[in-house]
Design a protein around this ligand. Structure first.
Ligand SMILES: [Zn+2]
Ligand SMILES: [Zn+2]
Length: 267
């Protein structure tokens, strides 16, 4: 476990260092702060209950097609900062709200004193929403189209998913990338039996951006030579092993709990 305050301080100092031209040489003052705030292992007992970590906040006005119950215009994703639930991944909670109804804000908002891993804390960042069209997993394509895709892959040596699926954090999309556990690429089922739909994917990197036609966001079009921290393509710093985390919602009822799926990246 690490102290959240130390994780945050270390992040901000690194950002400040990289923003200067002479990033190789921290000032003695910075070095002292950095040494002091280097995330440390801690044995602090957990508080009970543990405040959740806010992960993403999306307004419906910024995200066309964002699933929202009637009267809601704000989606909040939070997770538990400890891995003692299922599957060694943070347990996700989803909240939809009417932003106009949120009046009494807690200041400062409660937060956990310690978190399981530094990688569970999302570095603050803003969104540059961009709408892209995705295509289904190869196994979900009609047989005739699938055969043409196979032929094209054979002929060009390229991978269909490189072009059909946008990497990175995203809402909606097809969501399902076949993994070892789920070869068919079928969407997971809610406890009520309904096939769920993709809500949010916590990706590994915002690009699969080689120069040969893979996907990269518009705002990073000139980013090849940009030296910065966090690195281009990884603004959140979230690291969940080598896997992406997909969060699905039940279209039958927004009250039903979300379903989370880990997928090995296939891009
Ligand atoms: Zn928990
Ligand atoms: Zn359901």
């Amino acid at each position: 476990m690490v102290e959240l305050e130390a994780v945050r301080a270390s992040h901000h100092i690194t950002v400040a260092r990289w923003a200067r031209p002479d990033i190789e040489s921290p000032t003695p003052e910075e070095q002292a702060i950095h040494d002091r705030s280097e995330p440390k292992e801690t044995d602090s007992p957990l508080t009970d209950p543990v405040p959740l970590l806010p992960v993403a906040q999306l307004y419906a006005r910024d995200v066309p097609g964002l699933p929202c119950p009637d009267g809601a215009d704000l989606l909040q994703i939070l997770w538990c900062p400890f891995m003692d639930h299922d599957d060694d991944i943070p347990a996700v909670q989803v909240r939809w709200r009417g932003a106009g109804q949120v009046t009494a804000l807690l200041s400062p908002p409660p937060e956990p004193a310690v978190i399981e891993l530094e990688d569970y804390w999302p570095a603050p960042c803003v969104l540059h929403p961009e709408q892209v069209t995705e295509y289904p997993a190869p196994t979900q394509l009609p047989a005739e189209v699938s055969a043409r895709v196979d032929a094209w892959q054979e002929e060009t040596g390229r991978h269909y998913t490189e072009f059909a699926v946008a990497p990175g954090w995203k809402t909606g999309g097809w969501g399902v990338v076949p993994s070892d556990e789920d070869d068919a690429g079928d969407p997971p089922r809610c406890g009520c039996g309904t096939a769920t739909e993709p809500l949010l994917t916590v990706g590994l990197s915002e690009w699969n951006g080689d120069d040969e036609g893979g996907w990269r966001p518009l705002e990073d079009a000139d980013a090849d030579d940009r030296q910065c921290y966090p690195p281009v393509g990884d603004p959140t710093g979230i690291e969940l092993g080598d896997e992406e985390l997909q969060i699905y919602y039940c279209p039958r009822s927004y009250e039903h709990p979300p379903v989370t799926v880990r997928v090995y990246r296939t891009l």
